[in-house]
Ligand binder design. Structure first.
Ligand code: ADP
Ligand code: MG
Length: 253
């Protein structure tokens, strides 16, 4: 399978704080990679760099072989303009812990907003597509509701539909169920699992170990800005060899 996202020796500093340390990884088409690790280890920053909400300090990230955030000239990298970055960004979706839906727009309007204004696609076609997406996340009957009329789990499923409406090549999830009441987590994970099975390329930062075991092709463990272990879910989560991973797993289970 082709590599969709690749990171090569990516470093990120916030002033003097070294937050990502030589991160290198290839993520292939259709792969589901779960990322676990303690708070502050750089998981969100890694996703934010892939989605260019942060710029990298050194190293390169490529999406489909295209360097993101920079234009290469000889062996020099020049930063891209905001408009070009926005275009690149729309290729990768991101789902956050907080759903960030527009409160004054209906569910349907939230879903078509990006494709209409960013991709300039026709609204009528998009409405039809949005209804299909809402069916997919089990919320067809909520099309005309406002976000505050939905539970957190329903809002997160709308956020996933909104991301899908942009037709991304991969989706990054940053602790998508951490802000939800426990009884609402299952429905969101079920939608994510279905998405994974449909062949979507996904990077998922999560502490839902059951989901990782069932859905991930690969699990990464990050600590202090580095990927310190990477293995199959079984090797990583059932009987981890790496002592820090073992300690972490027993603490979150
Ligand atoms: P995680 O998602 O694994 O909890 P983060 O990527 O959010 O970790 O944070 C990694 C480190 O970077 C932490 O020490 C955090 O305080 C720091 N950090 C994150 N964002 C910023 C920022 N915008 N400015 C300064 N420091 C930041
Ligand atoms: Mg985080």
């Amino acid at each position: 399978m082709a590599v969709i996202i690749s990171a090569e020796k990516v470093n990120k500093y916030f002033d003097t704080l070294h937050v990502l340390k030589d991160i290198s990884i290839d993520i292939h088409e259709g792969e589901v990679v779960c990322v676990i690790g303690p708070s502050g280890s750089g998981k969100s920053t890694f996703l934010r760099c892939i989605n260019q909400l942060e710029s990298t300090s050194s190293g390169v990230i490529r999406i489909n072989d295209e360097i993101i955030g920079f234009r290469q000239q000889g062996n020099k990298l020049h930063p891209l303009k905001d408009k070009q970055i926005a275009k690149q960004r729309s290729k990768v979706g991101m789902v956050f812990q907080r759903f960030n839906l527009f409160p004054h727009k209906t569910v349907l309007e939230n879903i078509i907003e990006g494709p209409v204004y960013v991709q300039k696609r026709p609204a009528a076609e998009l409405k039809k597509e949005a209804m299909e997406l809402l069916k997919k996340v089990g919320l067809a009957e909520k099309a005309n509701s406002y976000p505050n009329e939905l539970s957190g789990g329903q809002q997160q499923r709308v956020a996933i539909a909104r991301t899908l409406a942009m037709r991304p090549q991969a989706i990054l999830f940053d602790e998508p169920t951490s802000a939800l009441d426990p009884e609402l987590v299952g429905d969101v994970l079920a939608v994510m699992k279905e998405l994974a099975q449909s062949g979507m390329t996904m990077i998922v930062v999560t502490h839902e170990i059951g989901f990782c075991r069932e859905v991930a092709d690969k699990v990464l463990f990050m600590e202090s800005g580095a990927i310190v272990a990477s293995d199959t879910p079984d090797n990583m989560l059932i009987n981890p060899k790496h002592p820090r991973v073992r300690e972490f797993i027993s603490a979150v289970l």
